[in-house]
Design a protein around this ligand. Structure first.
Ligand code: NAI
Length: 698
């Protein structure tokens, strides 16, 4: 039963027990209301402790109730009841007191927390705002600045930060329930007041319009395109300007408007998509996953070094191999430099730098990798080099050691063919910089065993990556879709759009940067070298003409001071380059392309519909288990705006599958169907009025 009462002397402990995270379900809400009422009638109880069983204090609302609508009592009513308790209530926090869990705690009179616990209001990440008085109570307890930061970022803080800010009153190292009981006894003994957070007064004189405007500007870059952060600011502003009950009404209005905003549905989709992506269809219930304790990495270049940092950051030891000592020293030196740069920025301590580096051991000897549970290869993008590495690994490591390649484009089935037990081979495609980018595209080769995929998906979580599974095909999910997206961007330029217009439209759509500027950042020589190994019939020649000529001139992008755009020294802002414009005119003439004025709308449609059409193809070919995996890839690897739900969600819910199909057919008519052949899956879904949600591959 939720809200079961245990008495310890004159202190009543209200127990919540809703595993695994004590989500605040209907039963928890009713149990709480009932317990507070019973305690108020029980003369043998002087004060209350609100406690949870299991591994955490209430970690938030029960999101599964969102879809069907939350039944009363609403959480705000529960908080009201707690706040109106005639007897002191002490909340005993441990684990993660997030969202509704923290709001419940804020309704209590006092809060005590285990030192290891964290508090946070992550609602904004789901496109909503704390809707159970959190935006009104927190600023009253902590001041406006702390509350604004916590609420608009959605990021948690540690118990000690929460204590310093005044969100909690006391920290203990262990036995938080006992400590909470003692705290309650102390308060009773001292005849402490029923300190009610809603009665605390905020001095509003410092927080005028200019203050909020400055705060808005400070988060503008991070929250671009999103509506919920502004609602968070409005709610906290209400806490400053209005009496509590009016502020609560304002919070409710803002909360309602967020819930109705399509952005919140999109963000909830993203939340569930990430979780769904960790599931492997067809995995036996009793499948044994390999524990990964020792990781080997081959190649200490750009990717190998970044990959090593991911493991060191979570305390896993790594052995990293280069064939020559010089290359190894260079690689290890860069890792050290990266860590030290983080320490100089105050992100980690210098002690942590040493700790992490001590976990990364360099070697030039394959024999040092014999004990590895997993080896990730990140050598040059060359099939024969990779095969040689895998053959060597095959003869050195255990027969069940998982072998992964970080290849971007090569055929992993072919790489796996040199290994005796190919069921353990797969792709682990990290994105650059590998220690920063959240996506881990896990590539399933023909023979990869489901338990190997599941092991690596679990590992992805350990190293704080969003994992998603792709099949073996050109560019897997991410880069294959990128090929269509970039192709249309460049074709639009040949047809008359300016590069900066295309990039501006893509940026305004919500991408972190336009795809042309992105190519300059990544290096346009990469695509050039890739095309050198490709059959010309497999890619679009006009749209790569300008890039190829630029590379031949030594213009590789930012790293060489210019690519599609020019760059001033030390500055990454793209400046239109006369040389590129000249090449564009030359290409248009050469390929007989009529230049015209291009509307912004056409840029959005051509670029993103091309991207999505490939997404439908991938799904149709079984290259993704489910459509939402593609969304996970694009959001975490390419910065597609999460508030749009990912490209596939956007296609279905914003554009509409039928409208997208009509447009793709129109483009096929205008530009030929070589690149604009509608995906058969898209045609089927439209014909059958079916949803992407119904597509589930094995
Ligand atoms: P890189 O050239 O920076 O590093 C490769 C390293 O491997 C070099 O340090 C080289 O000395 C070493 N190496 C070469 N052959 C070796 C061998 N036989 N044994 C041991 N070490 C050897 O290359 P980068 O950029 O790190 O790429 C590595 C792999 O990651 C490639 O397959 C690439 O396609 C892939 N990748 C690269 C991304 C990027 O943005 N750079 C993104 C995602 C994947």
């Amino acid at each position: 039963m939720q809200g079961e009462m245990e008495k310890r002397g004159s202190i009543g402990i209200i127990w919540i027990d809703n595993p695994p995270v004590n989500a605040i379900s209907f039963a928890v809400r009713t149990g709480l209301v009932d317990a507070v009422y019973r305690a108020s009638m029980d003369e043998s109880i002087d004060a209350l402790v609100l406690a949870c069983r299991g591994r955490t204090f209430m970690a938030g609302a029960d999101i599964s109730e969102f879809a069907s609508g939350v039944e009363p009592p609403h959480l705000g009513d529960v908080v009201d009841k707690l706040a109106a308790s005639p007897k002191i209530v002490v909340a005993a926090l441990f684990g993660t007191a997030y969202g509704g869990g923290l709001e419940v705690a804020l309704g209590c009179n006092y809060r005590i927390a285990l030192a290891s616990s964290k508090i946070g209001l992550p609602e904004v990440k789901l496109g909503i705002i704390p809707g159970a008085q959190g935006t009104q109570r927190l600023p009253r307890l902590t001041g406006v600045e702390f509350a604004l930061k916590l609420i608009t970022s959605g990021n948690p803080v540690s118990a000690s930060e929460a204590l310093a800010a005044g969100a909690i009153d006391r920290i203990v190292e262990d036995n938080v329930i006992e400590a909470a009981v003692e705290f309650a006894e102390e308060l009773v003994l001292q005849e402490a007041p029923l300190r009610k957070s809603h009665e605390l007064v905020i001095d509003s004189s410092e927080f005028d319009e200019a203050y909020f405007e400055a705060f808005r500007t400070s988060i503008a870059r991070r929250t671009r395109g999103m509506d919920a952060p502004e609602c968070c600011i409005q709610a906290v502003k209400a806490a400053v300007e209005l009496p509590f009950s009016k502020g609560v009404n304002r919070e409710r209005e803002l909360s309602r408007s967020c819930i109705q905003n399509p952005q919140s549905k999109a963000l909830q989709h993203v939340f569930f998509a990430e979780r769904a992506a960790t599931k492997v269809p067809g995995l036996a219930k009793d499948a044994q996953l390999t524990p990964i304790n020792r990781v080997g990495i081959i190649g200490a270049g750009t990717m190998g070094g970044g990959i090593a940092m991911n493991f060191a950051n979570v305390g896993l030891p790594i052995k990293i191999l280069e064939l020559e000592q010089g290359a190894l020293d260079r690689g290890l030196g860069i890792i050290r430099k990266n860590y030290e740069a983080s320490a100089h920025k105050g992100r980690i301590s210098f002690e942590m730098v040493e700790q992490r580096i001590s976990l990364i051991e360099g070697t030039t000897n394959y024999a040092d990798l014999t004990e590895s549970d997993l080896v990730i290869e990140a050598v040059f993008e060359n099939m024969s080099v990779k095969k040689e590495v895998f053959s060597k690994l095959n003869s050195i490591v255990r027969h069940d050691t998982i072998l992964a390649t970080n290849t971007s484009y090569l055929d992993i089935n072919e790489i796996a063919s040199v290994v005796k037990n190919p069921g353990r081979v797969l792709g682990m495609h990290f994105f650059s910089p590998a220690n920063v980018m959240r996506l881990l595209e896990i590539v399933r080769a023909e023979k990869t065993k489901p338990e190997v995929l599941a092991t690596v998906l679990k590992l992805a979580k350990t190293i704080k990556k969003a994992g998603a599974v792709a099949g073996v095909c050109y560019g897997f999910i991410g880069n294959r879709m990128l090929s269509g997206y970039a192709r249309e961007a460049h074709k639009l330029v040949l047809e008359g759009a300016k590069m900066q217009q295309v990039d501006r439209v893509l940026f305004d759509f919500g991408m972190p940067m336009g795809v042309i500027a992105m190519a300059d950042m990544a290096g346009i020589d990469i695509g050039y070298r890739l095309r050198e190994q490709m059959d010309e019939s497999t890619y679009d020649i006009p749209s790569t003409y300008v890039a190829d000529r630029l590379v031949e001139m030594g213009r590789y992008g930012q790293k060489s001071g210019g690519g599609f755009y020019d760059y001033s020294p030390g500055n990454r802002t793209p400046i239109p380059a006369a040389v590129s414009e000249k090449l564009v005119s030359e290409a248009a003439r050469k390929f007989g392309i009529q230049q015209r004025e291009i509307h912004d709308n056409e840029i959005v449609e051509r670029c993103f519909y091309a991207m999505c059409n490939i997404g439908f193809e991938l799904l149709d070919e079984g290259m993704a288990f489910r459509s939402s995996d593609i969304d996970t890839v694009y959001i975490n690897g390419y910065g597609f705006p999460a508030w749009r739900g990912g490209p596939m969600y956007w296609a279905e819910n914003k554009v509409g599958l039928d409208r997208m199909l009509d447009s793709i057919r129109k483009f096929a008519h205008q530009h030929g169907d070589r690149w604009w052949k509608p995906s058969p899956l898209l045609e089927r879904l439209v014909a059958e009025k079916a949803s992407l949600r119904d597509v589930q591959n094995q």
